[in-house]
Ligand binder design. Structure first.
Ligand SMILES: C=CC1=C(C)c2cc3[nH]c(cc4nc(cc5[nH]c(cc1n2)c(C)c5CCC(=O)O)C(CCC(=O)O)=C4C)c(C)c3C=C
Ligand SMILES: [Fe+2]
Ligand SMILES: [Fe+2]
Length: 347
């Protein structure tokens, strides 16, 4: 059993570049895209593709996009994760650090800071800030935290909070964060999730024969669901829609941020934003529950690019609902998940 005075918490996100300067963005993209859980091609092919083609082509455009959303005190993703850190630390009265899978702050710094604050540390709880299991988000964050923990041979115990895509406290927080926006006139609510290649869904299917092979696979009970991003995002949207009493024809799911030529999960957000107005869905609300903190993919890709495309294709109004960020119900949900882990130790 551990008491509060022996515990530290790390909130772990994927990360942002250190600045909007092209060399910093390049370094960040290289680290991100050379991750075998993001671009899972053989190492040499990956290296040639990433270093030779994708990063040189993408860095400048990406730096420009970051410049357009950058805040005075840094990347929105990092600033918002720091705000969350302060809120959780205040409510739990336990030291909280943040760590990023790519860039800074590195998990080793976060572990060491917790030890400096409390040399008697017995347990560190890591919360990957991704509600859904994808090898390119939750898995890479969790596995990297474990890798650093083993490499440094820390003496404290490490606990990692599992994906929380269907946990009532998270669902309630998303629903309540959306509720005020539903007062606005709207024809449709779009749940836009970060996409992943369809191949990753097949790769993660532990049964080898369920995902996107069985009719309506996301609703047919299977061991595959534990690691299936497509199943998990579907369930989140359904639970949130049910909580808000949204009629089925009033909402849908789509996938954004596609990179490369492979088939990614469909339908693509970019395509829907062009066709929805033509179907009479001209007043749109968009929510992005795969991100708990606003970031480039919400503030630029959806709120700027997405809005532009929707309005140019005949839309009347477009509202992006902010991510949970520091919503009090989200802070409460984190406190609850951390307390559950601490209490589980006592059994
Ligand atoms: C749900 C979370 C995420 C999944 C799944 C995910 C998969 C994924 N991402 C890329 C490529 C890029 N992602 C980039 C930025 C980025 N992605 C996420 C989340 C998920 N990615 C976040 C939170 C961010 C950080 C945004 C920020 O504000 O800093 C980028 C860099 C930015 C850009 O140039 O667009 C790339 C590249 C792939 C290939 C992938 C699945 C295989
Ligand atoms: Fe991404
Ligand atoms: Fe699946």
């Amino acid at each position: 059993m551990v008491s509060k005075s022996e515990v530290g918490i790390i909130l772990m996100n994927l990360g942002s570049p250190d600045s909007t300067a092209v060399p910093d963005v390049k370094r960040y993209l290289l680290e991100f895209l050379m991750d075998k859980r993001v671009i899972d091609y053989p190492w040499l092919f990956r290296k040639i593709l990433i270093e030779g083609i994708i990063v040189p082509r993408r860095a400048e455009k990406s730096a420009e996009a970051y410049s357009s959303i950058w805040w005075e005190d840094g990347s929105p993703l990092i600033v918002l994760t720091k705000q969350l850190q302060a809120a959780v630390q205040h409510d739990m009265d336990v030291p909280v650090e943040i760590a990023m899978r790519y860039g800074n702050p590195h998990p080793e710094v976060a572990f060491d800071n917790l030890l400096k604050k409390n040399p008697q540390l017995k347990e560190v709880i890591v919360l990957p800030l991704y509600p859904h299991y994808a090898m390119s988000s939750y898995e890479t964050a969790a596995e990297y935290a474990k890798e650093i923990y083993k490499k440094k041979k820390y003496k404290f115990r490490l606990s990692i909070i599992p994906p929380f895509y269907d946990e009532p406290a998270y669902i309630d927080a998303v629903a309540e964060s959306m509720r005020p926006f539903l007062q606005q006139q709207h024809d449709y609510v779009l749940f836009s999730y970060h996409g992943v290649p369809e191949r990753h869904i097949h790769k993660g299917d532990v049964t080898g024969h369920h995902c996107m092979k069985v009719t309506d696979c996301c609703h047919v009970k299977s061991a595959a669901h534990q690691y299936c991003y497509r199943h998990q995002v579907t369930i989140t949207a359904e639970l949130v829609a049910a909580k808000l009493g949204l009629p089925r024809e009033k909402w849908g799911i789509s996938f954004q941020s596609r990179l490369g030529r492979e088939e990614w999960l469909k339908p693509y957000t970019a395509g829907l934003l062009e066709t929805l107005p033509k179907e009479g869905k001209k007043k749109l609300l968009v929510v992005c529950p795969a991100f708990v903190s606003d970031c480039l993919e919400t503030l630029e890709e959806i709120a700027v690019e997405g809005k532009h495309s929707f309005m140019n294709n005949g839309g009347d109004s477009f509202t992006m609902i902010p991510c949970l960020n520091v919503h009090p119900m989200w802070v409460n949900a984190i406190v609850k998940y951390c307390n559950q882990i601490m209490q589980a130790e006592t059994v």
